[in-house]
Design a protein around this ligand. Sequence first.
Ligand code: HEC
Length: 198
Amino acid sequence: MKSLFTILLIAFCMTLISCSDKRERNYQYFPDMYESIPYDTYGAYDIFQDGQQAKKPGEGTISRGFTPYEYDDDSEGYALAKAELKNEVPYTEEHLAKGKELYTIYCATCHGDNGKGKGYLVEREKILGVPSYDDQGRAITEGSVYHVMWHGINTMGSYASQMDNKELWLVDHYVMKLKAELEGKAPRELELESEFKK
Ligand code: HEC
């Protein structure tokens, strides 16, 4: 009797094994581990308004570290920025040095080291119409300088994607320093960083 039982058991197991196809996926133990209960990222589900798991960012969302700029790229925006936009970054020696460094990288090729508009590319006639920073007709201000760096102006491109907000303001300080030098004005008094650290 015992041996008959053993034979039957073996036969039963063999039937089970012989029917399985090794190339096919077999039983899934704990299917929760393979088939996720939460919604898949970017999955399509009717339950969502637009049928998509991924939602668009809320209106007015900005990416981390990005500072929005409210002045439009037109003559009105230019005039407003020129009149009211102020450089809030402290005017310190360290900031000026950093501003000079960035200016030399991004601006000097056209505007020249001294801001007279006679940079390397101008001397080689690769670009025309680069003004001097003391150009009376333009009468640039810290607001207008920021505005043209942000939006660009005619043949000059925008620098908004190459420098962050603070870096743009550092270059701005340096441009205003060059302007004052070209106009023969007394240099602006330096601020001490410590005054601003609380
Ligand atoms: C490829 C050459 C080039 C580079 C590089 C360049 N500029 Fe200019 N920039 C110009 C030209 C050309 C103009 C004149 C545009 C016009 O009004 O037609 C100009 C104009 C300006 C003006 C006067 C705008 C006004 O209000 O009328 C400022 C200020 C200025 N640039 C600042 C900068 C600063 C700061 C940088 C570096 C971040 C820079 N530029 C980089 C070519 C350049």
